[in-house]
Design a protein around this ligand. Structure first.
Ligand SMILES: [Zn+2]
Length: 207
């Protein structure tokens, strides 16, 4: 029985690993679809979004007039409101500690963070990521690619007084950004992990 149980867990971990790697392969730019990673580390939750810009702003060209810039500023400000976008169980008493949002257009980047160490780590991570992307793209037509597609990345860091009571998170991105149709979610908590697809009609992430 114990053996069967271990085998089951092994199978579950293996399946999750396969799903995770499939998700990563499919997480490349697909309009209407975003990738959400949720990770618990003791009392803290890190949530990260990677999304085509069209899901957030309704367009992907670099903002070129005042109307575009206004829209981008407005939507980035909405993205920063992590406590509105992710609703934790009330008793868990979770607070947003810092948030970072960025677009692949270089001139639109907002950082609100209390930890400079965290900031530095993110900068390094981003530099590394950009370097990798550059390597992968080097045979493609760069200029055309940059004109037609853009991405948004956002990360939110929550700290909870009673993390053990967090059995779900209501994801409200679909209400705020209706062009986001699906989110491919990968999550890990202290003792569980999984992958799930969320949508406007199925927007509660359950652990
Ligand atoms: Zn695109």
């Amino acid at each position: 029985m114990l053996f069967l149980k271990s085998l089951f867990f092994l199978l579950v971990s293996f399946t999750s690993a396969v799903m995770a790697s499939e998700n990563r392969q499919h997480s490349s730019h697909e309009h209407g679809v975003g990738q959400l990673d949720v990770a618990q580390e003791s009392s803290e939750f890190q949530i990260a979004l990677t999304s085509p810009a069209v899901n957030i702003f309704g367009f992907e060209h670099a903002p070129h007039d005042q109307e575009d810039h206004k829209m981008v500023e407005k939507k980035l400000a909405e993205l920063e409101k992590g406590e509105v976008l992710f609703v934790f169980p009330e008793g868990a008493n979770c607070r947003l500690k810092d948030v970072h949002v960025a677009t692949s257009w270089a001139d639109h980047e907002n950082t609100k963070t209390e930890s400079t160490e965290h900031k530095q780590a993110e900068r390094e991570h981003r530099a590394e990521h950009e370097h990798k992307e550059h390597d992968e793209d080097e045979h493609e037509d760069h200029e055309e690619d940059e004109q037609t597609h853009a991405d948004v990345t956002a990360s939110w860091h929550f700290a909870c007084a009673h993390p053990q009571t967090v059995d779900r998170i209501h994801v409200k991105l679909f209400e705020r950004f209706p062009q986001t149709e699906h989110l491919r979610v990968q999550w890990t908590t202290q003792n569980k992990q999984g992958a799930v697809e969320l949508s406007s009609t199925h927007s509660v992430l359950r652990f």
